[in-house]
Design a binder for this molecule. Structure first.
Ligand code: KIV
Ligand code: ZN
Length: 432
């Protein structure tokens, strides 16, 4: 294959991330209303954006990227409505994105005036193909572009001291950028902003396109973590996209490698294959005993709101939320789940086979866990008859009745619901 190259390994002596475990939740930043929104057939209108904003607040997000204000009047107006309508709770910070260009920065800053606290997210592309092919710029010109943009943000921020301003900078296409160059441009930004440990800059390192295995991303993050000149004045953030399908793994390894903040979207909406899915990430932490600081105790309600706002369905096998993820079709799974549920004590660690999380923690029920179809065995049939009709069959009768059910299921190919099971049982054994 001469068309593609393997991704070069990062030269990182004594990498430490493989020996680390995640012990606390990162700072979460939802970009559903920006990166998620810009990837829709039809971007959300103000009403849908507001509904999703409120849902994000309810879930517990404290940083929310709400718009790309210089992209359209709708986007600009949405930020004004949030601020002027008093819709932003005191503990929530809104964030907006702008390219590193003077007129766009002026327009973006104007959308934020009057906010209590705001994150201004400036980006320019740093990878070689962008520099040379897209923009025709030298590395020094790309750095100068970032520096002059940050100077302008700083100047405009100083003229509006009523707002607490936070700067975020993203070297777009970071994963394809030479690490020394990424470090130099980030150092220049941190210096220009005059960042201190009390007034940190968010340095966000996007996998704009996921280009390599997750361990490479982790190495890139650890390299930056160790080589930034003023690490103590930086909040190190990651922004994985899911082009290779490994954004969750990339984000988790990035946390081990030194990142402390993650940007993504609910259920993995976002450009192309999506941004990293913040729900799965948060619940992965939860099932490791770490409080994610986000509330998914009514996940179905969140899912329906998101589907309604973005007009895209969630896959039935999506981790934690998909319609089928707490459903067992095979008999051996059904039997193990039944025994696990009966054995589980409320104050003990969760150890029900085949269920990585208690569905009740997500506001979901056990009702649909056991179904009977041509793949099921006796366990599922026993469970359904017992839970729906209080009927506990002696073993020999259960074996015999399972044969009846199996033949019926083979013939119809359909799932057998409890009322149908009862009808078959009555016909076979109760009716004269
Ligand atoms: O994916 C990306 O690089 C972005 C940046 C603008 C942060 O969305
Ligand atoms: Zn992105």
């Amino acid at each position: 294959n001469t068309k593609y190259r393997s991704f070069p390994k990062v030269q990182l002596a004594d990498r430490t991330w493989p020996d680390r475990v995640i012990t606390q939740a990162p700072i979460w930043m939802s970009t559903d209303l920006r990166d998620g929104n810009q990837a829709l057939f039809e971007p959300m209108n103000a009403e849908r954006k507001m509904r999703l904003f409120k849902k994000l607040v309810d879930i517990g997000f404290k940083e929310i990227e709400v718009a790309f204000p210089s992209a359209s009047q709708t986007e600009f107006d949405f930020v004004r409505t949030l601020i002027e309508g008093g819709h932003v709770p005191a503990d929530v910070t809104i964030e907006v994105l702008t390219q590193a260009r003077e007129h766009l920065i002026r327009r973006t800053m104007a959308s934020l005036y009057g906010a209590r606290r705001a994150i201004v997210h400036v980006y320019n592309a740093t990878a070689r193909p962008f520099r040379e092919i897209v923009f025709g710029m030298s590395p020094d010109q790309v750095i100068a572009m970032a520096v002059s943009s940050v100077k302008l943000v700083r100047e405009l921020a100083e003229a509006h001291p009523e707002t607490e301003w936070v700067l975020e900078y993203s070297p777009e296409a970071f994963t394809g950028t030479e690490l020394e160059f990424a470090r130099d441009i980030c150092d220049a930004v941190v210096e220009t902003w005059g960042a201190t440990p009390e007034r940190k800059v968010i340095i966000n390192l996007p996998a704009t396109v996921e280009m390599a295995t997750p361990n490479i991303y982790a190495d890139q993050i650890e390299w930056m973590h160790r080589n930034l000149a003023r690490r103590e004045a930086v909040v190190l953030s990651v922004h994985p996209h899911n082009d290779r399908g490994s954004a969750i793994a990339a984000a988790e390894l990035a946390l081990m490698a030194g990142a402390e903040r993650i940007e993504g979207c609910l259920f993995g909406n976002g450009e192309r294959t999506g941004n990293v899915d913040l729900v799965t990430l948060a619940l992965n932490l939860y099932t490791q005993g770490i409080d994610p600081g986000l509330d998914f105790s009514n996940i179905n309600d969140i899912a329906r709101t998101v589907e309604d706002c973005i007009r895209l369905p969630i896959h039935p096998r999506h981790p934690y939320v998909g319609d089928l993820v707490f459903t067992a079709f095979s008999g051996s799974h059904q039997d193990a789940i039944k025994k696990g549920l009966a054995h589980q004590r409320p104050d003990a660690f969760w150890e029900v086979p085949y269920l990585p999380i208690d569905p009740a923690d997500l506001g979901r029920s056990y009702d649909a866990i056991i179904r009977v179809n041509s793949q099921s065995g006796k366990g599922g049939i026993a469970y359904l008859l017992e839970s729906a009709y209080g009927l506990s069959l002696p073993r020999r009768l259960l074996v015999e009745f399972s044969g009846v059910v199996q033949r019926h299921a083979d013939a119809t190919g359909a799932e057998i619901m409890p009322d149908e099971l009862w009808r078959m049982f009555s016909e076979e054994y109760l009716e004269p």
